[in-house]
Ligand binder design. Sequence first.
Ligand code: DSN
Length: 433
Amino acid sequence: MPRGSEAYSKILRLVREHERWFADSLPMIASENVTSKRVREVLSSDLGHRYAEGWPGERVYAGCKYIDEVELLAIQMAKKLFKAEFVDVRPTSGVGANLAVYSAFTSPGDSMLALSIPNGGHISTGKREFSGSAGLVHGLEIEYFAFDKGEMNIDVDETKRRISKLHAEGKVVKMAMFGGSLFLFPHPVRELSEAVTEAGGLVCYDAAHVAGLVAGGQFQDPLREGAEVMTFSTHKTLFGPQGGAIASSLKLSEEIKKSVFPGTTSNHHLHSVAGKALAFAEFLKFGHAYARDVVNNAKALAEHLSELGEVVLGEKNGFTRSHQVALDVTKYGDGGAMERKLEEMNIIVNRQLIPGDLQAGRHYTNPGGVRLGVSELTRLGMRRNDMVDVAEIIHLGLSTERRREARRRIHELRAPFRTVKYSFGSSPAYFFR
Ligand code: DSN
């Protein structure tokens, strides 16, 4: 281990090297995005040293008069973005937001409907035996939505039958959590919310991935389609720092507030609340154009990849209506090997369990898919015509060993895309020195 001073310099150098690498790569992890310079600056402000706890105006600590104003502005803007009666911006992550909602409205031993992970579910809605937060932390029994692989979506009729069967067996489905991590098409919230409500369940929607597309009017509008609660993260298709939030009707607000504090959070992250507030302001101004460009880019990327011979999921429905594109890469090996190979070429993606993987004996380390996201490339300013190059480079990466050529093409493609667009003023994407 290096001495303290050596470690100090080394850490700074590693962070600089990371930034240099990402400035010269295709960052395509679907859960990531890049924030504006101002958002990054408030993250390093004094707010990050402070304690608030509780709701603005009812804090547990002194020193919050400006912090309260920032948080109230964040809440006000988030309510406008999602046309919600109530928003809590305190959860420090999407998992934290989901745990707060489970704690507010369910008890350990209750059942919750969610997607299985290969069908797009997230670890926060997972079963105890897979160390999913819902099962492991809150003791929920997880029942799965039926899924149609061809449609890449929840099967409405089969799910209704499952809900009736669970009801007949005396199992109360206390919550249905729509949304997920592999998320190509809007979920049938409108079609299923009555069945869930009649069976005694609360309809919730995890918009972690698609919150920006929802706010930008490009995906679905869960709170108008029957969802009573929507959790989201603030950094995937939104412009914020990593964090979570919860939107709901006013009648559920007191339960949610208590569940966030003191239930599942002590101090929330006040620098992050300021970052969220700035990001919501940016999104109010630029969000519609951004969300439209994200979805157009994802569609263009999927179409070009398919033309190049890649197996793109969701073909029947036009491949995607979100920021994501999912590939079945089993003709090349497995998603784990492809993730590593692409990383060597500076293409940063993640391996992905896809429908049918478990039956085929594939698991998390060697799944059949990779997931691509275009949120960050779009925020850096890439448009539909750039997706032709992105598709060709990914195809080159998957189907050949021409690493140097892939890296050179990325270097050339990235040269004009080094600032954060859809933001106020000029905003370099990489400035750590
Ligand atoms: N696991 C993340 C993803 O979907 O990539 C979200 O937390």
